[in-house]
Design a protein around this ligand. Structure first.
Ligand code: CUA
Length: 345
């Protein structure tokens, strides 16, 4: 009988090791405490009704020792866990970015090359993959037990996580957040393929990349009449802005990332670039999450060369450009202050 799901990612190995460490200490202390209770209850039992115990004056060194040793053990768990958490929160720059959109009751997954899947995700073996995730309705949670990863899909903002598959095969995918009557049916499969096999699978998919789909949508919506890509229009020229920091009307600055592009499409008046008027209508309710991803990929393909060093050149596939959440309550672990804590891979 298997107590644990299969081990198919680097997280799985690292997390199981940490779990084993914590569980090992747990077992150790459980045994010595219960053994101690049992042995002392017999050794120091009252032997006659008028027996009085000798007073104990205590020992400072002994008490310091049994406070200090467990403290160190507790801190070692904390340090180990924190290290894992920081690694989890900072995807490597070389990671391939894929997108997941949740909807009652299915997962849509999207590759930058244009291929879309429903309730399935194909990933290459041994290569880091970063998932940028959102939801069209309620909160869902993307859970792959064999990878030991679980992360919420939250409507209205992007969340992200990453993993490196270490075993080929077919692994279960679940929604792990109660999201309505058919929540239990919101399940699927993750396929880990050898890289050549994965490339072949990818090549048999879409004819247009996500960025090309975005370019077509950009033209269809007439965005280019204001966002002139050849020179200065009535709205900012989007060429080369992705990954840079823009000055805003209110004097603050913002990093042009997925979240900012998304907010600018849905709520253009919120963060207007300095020197421009807010003349853009909101596209709230007119674009699907999928459409927004296409537009983001297009804007990124116009400006990926200016993104952080190490990101892939143009083409909408630049992986690993940070995704600071500007909207939510979660601590922003993509922030540079946190990123500095670990060297880029
Ligand atoms: Cu989606 Cu539960």
């Amino acid at each position: 009988m298997n107590l644990l799901p299969p081990t198919a990612s680097e997280w799985a190995q690292r997390l199981d090791l940490l779990n084993g460490y914590v569980f090992g200490w747990l077992l150790f202390f459980t045994v010595i405490i219960f053994l101690g209770v049992f042995v002392f209850a017999i050794a120091y039992r009252r032997r006659s009704p008028d027996e009085r115990p000798k007073p104990i004056l205590g020992s400072i060194p002994l008490e310091a020792l049994w406070a200090f040793v467990p403290l160190m053990i507790g801190l070692s768990m904390f340090a180990w866990g924190a290290q894992l958490y920081f690694d989890y929160a900072s995807p490597p720059v070389a990671a391939t970015e894929m997108f997941v959109t949740g909807r009652q009751w299915m997962f849509w997954t999207q590759h930058p090359e244009g291929v879309r899947e429903i309730n399935e995700l194909h990933v290459p073996l041994g290569r880091p993959v970063k998932l940028t995730m959102s939801s069209e309705d309620v909160i869902h949670s993307f859970f792959i037990p064999a990878f030991r990863i679980k992360h919420d899909l939250v409507p209205g903002r992007y969340t992200s996580m990453w993993f490196t598959p270490t075993r080929t095969g077919k692994f279960r995918l679940f929604c792990a957040e109660y999201c309505g009557t058919q929540h239990s049916g919101m399940i699927g499969w993750v396929y880990v393929l050898d890289p050549p096999e994965f490339e072949a699978w990818l090549a048999g998919g879409a004819s247009e990349s996500l960025a090309e789909q975005g370019q077509a949508l950009f033209a269809r919506l007439g965005c280019s009449s204001c966002h002139n890509l050849q020179g200065q229009g009535r709205c900012p020229n989007l060429r080369g802005v992705y990954g840079t920091t823009e000055k805003l009307q209110d004097g603050t600055a913002v990093l042009v990332d997925d979240s900012y592009v998304r907010n600018s499409i849905l709520n253009p008046g919120a963060q207007v670039v300095a020197g421009f008027q807010n003349i853009m209508p909101s596209y709230q309710g007119q674009l699907s999450e999928q459409n927004i991803l296409q537009l983001i990929a297009y804007v990124r393909s116009l400006g990926a060369q200016t993104a952080r060093p190490g990101a892939a050149p143009a083409g909408g596939q630049a992986g690993g450009v940070g995704l600071p959440d500007q909207t939510g309550a979660e601590p922003n672990l993509q922030d540079d202050r946190f990123r500095r804590l670990r060297a880029p891979r």
